[in-house]
Design a protein around this ligand. Structure first.
Ligand SMILES: *Cc1c(COP(=O)(O)O)cnc(C)c1O
Length: 472
């Protein structure tokens, strides 16, 4: 039979759409997508015929029903959500690429309630008049941090942007050269300053800056003294950094506000859990910093948000700035943030309630027990060809927070006789429920620190795919 004959036998779109099995698919998929899919699989079959040598065409099935399984596969792939759950087995707690912090159960409930019902988002129920969306978290923020006032915007990048635009547009902000950092993605302090209209006055050197450098740089046009947390890197060795107290004293003497971008913004003393000490938000407030900004989804362990706290005078100016509307936070975020902040009303129990803090402070012996349990599950079920062991390792906090902190953990190490570590990593990552792992030498590592309850079984399911995929 000639190529043309097969091509002519290909079904018409309507013919495929009329098949009962295809009609059934409209219970699962939107009709326009099914029509696109039918066109796609017919075209694909046409392409196959055209590319095959004539003598191999014999017996190729061009019936309408032969296209159904291709169509189902195409629809499944097209209609799968793009944003999907993954298992984070990397041990990096605040993993920016994997969504940073996960929320506690009360925070999730608050999001669902805010999303599914009307609320008093901007309505003062006592007065029966228009209210402010900042009111819902301001008193909590004030209570927890000790600041005079507070507000919330979309993320910390917009918090810094709003603060600089409000306090230093067309005027100078003095920053130490050692703090002109890039946080990741496209957030670079000098670029954000330029965009906000603030004029950057760099002082000091990369490794050493003194308060006298700030004093010498002050002019009539100076609007702000700014300190930036260097977050993801540290300068060690021959260094000198200006203390908060010194900056506040200079600011007060000259009548210039002092701002600090804290980045991660931790509210509890992590050294109590044996982790590298990280200056807290409360310390900056106590030192008298006028405006402090930090993230909601880093060490705070809440939703993506930018928190701004400080003196009422400055916070009120920011609330009224036209940009505040452009960077305002939505009701689901506010709901999650309020629930997260409530957990900080008792600093002694936050580590039990907040998932981010719980993972960071997880005791080494607990991680060892959980690592061994996962190793046993894999060992008992994976069968021949797999070598599963546990070994001591370190986890990272991530998110540019505490870059030097190495949290002791026990990882599960898996090697496979018929697949390399890179192949295993790819198969796990491309699984229907992706499992994201670390690779070390010729093994993949699974860190129980970031593996959630109930996920051990899902990890086993993903590993069971390796045999299928490699055999194919
Ligand atoms: C992370 C970080 C930012 C950006 O915060 P986002 O919440 O990601 O917008 C800004 N400044 C510092 C110092 C940071 O660490």
């Amino acid at each position: 039979m000639s190529k043309n004959k097969y091509l002519r036998q290909l079904p018409k779109v309507d013919e495929v759409l009329d098949l009962p099995d295809v009609k059934q698919l409209s219970n699962l998929y939107p009709r326009p997508l099914i029509v696109d899919g039918v066109r796609y699989v017919i075209d694909e079959r046409r392409g196959t015929i055209l590319s095959m040598p004539d003598d191999e065409l014999d017996g190729i099935d061009v019936s309408a029903s032969s296209l159904i399984s291709d169509l189902e596969g195409w629809l499944e792939k097209q209609y799968a959500p793009s944003l999907k759950r993954v298992v984070n087995a990397t041990g990096v707690v605040i993993h920016t690429n994997l969504g940073r912090s996960i929320l506690s159960a009360p925070a999730i409930d608050a999001v669902v309630a805010a999303a599914s019902n009307y609320s008093n988002l901007e309505f003062d129920l006592e007065k029966g008049a228009r209210g402010s969306r900042h009111s819902h978290i301001e008193s909590l923020l004030v209570k927890i941090t000790g600041a005079e006032a507070g507000m919330v915007v979309n993320n910390n990048a917009s918090a810094v942007f709003l603060a600089l635009s409000t306090l230093a547009a067309r005027r100078e902000a003095i920053v130490s050269r050692g703090q002109l950092v890039e946080i990741g993605g496209s957030f670079r302090i000098p670029d954000v300053m330029r965009q906000s209209g603030a004029i950057l006055r760099e002082v000091g050197t990369t490794n050493k800056t003194y308060i006298s450098d700030y004093r010498a740089a002050v002019t009539e046009n100076t609007a702000l003294l700014m300190k930036v947390h260097t977050s993801n890197f540290r300068i060690v060795g021959f260094t000198h950094e200006v203390e908060l107290d010194e900056m506040v004293a200079l600011g007060e003497e000259l009548g210039i506000p002092v701002m600090e971008d804290l980045g991660s913004g931790v509210l509890i003393d992590l050294s109590r859990y044996g982790i590298t000490y990280e200056p807290t938000v409360q310390e900056s407030v106590r030192a008298g910093i006028d405006v402090i900004t930090f993230s909601g989804d880093k060490l705070l362990g809440g939703p993506q948000a930018g928190l701004i706290i400080g003196k009422t005078e400055f916070v009120n100016r920011m609330k009224k700035h036209p940009l505040a509307r452009a960077v305002r936070v939505d009701k689901m975020t506010l709901a999650a943030l309020e629930a997260t902040l409530r957990e900080y009303l008792d600093m002694d129990t936050v580590w039990q309630k907040n998932p981010t803090i719980r993972m960071i402070t997880a005791p080494a012996d607990e991680l060892k027990t959980r690592g061994e349990a996962l190793a046993k599950l894999l060992n008992d079920n994976l069968g021949e060809g797999f070598t599963v062991t546990t070994e001591p390792e370190v986890s990272k906090v991530g998110g540019g927070s505490l870059p030097l902190a190495e949290l002791p953990t026990t990882v599960v190490s898996v090697r496979c006789a018929f697949a390399t570590a890179n192949e295993i990593e790819t198969i796990l990552r491309c699984n229907e429920l992706p499992v994201i792992v670390r690779i070390k030498e010729d093994a993949v590592l699974l860190d129980p620190r970031t593996i959630q309850e109930g996920e051990d079984r899902l990890i086993l399911d993903a590993f069971n795919k390796i045999r299928e995929v490699v055999k194919e």
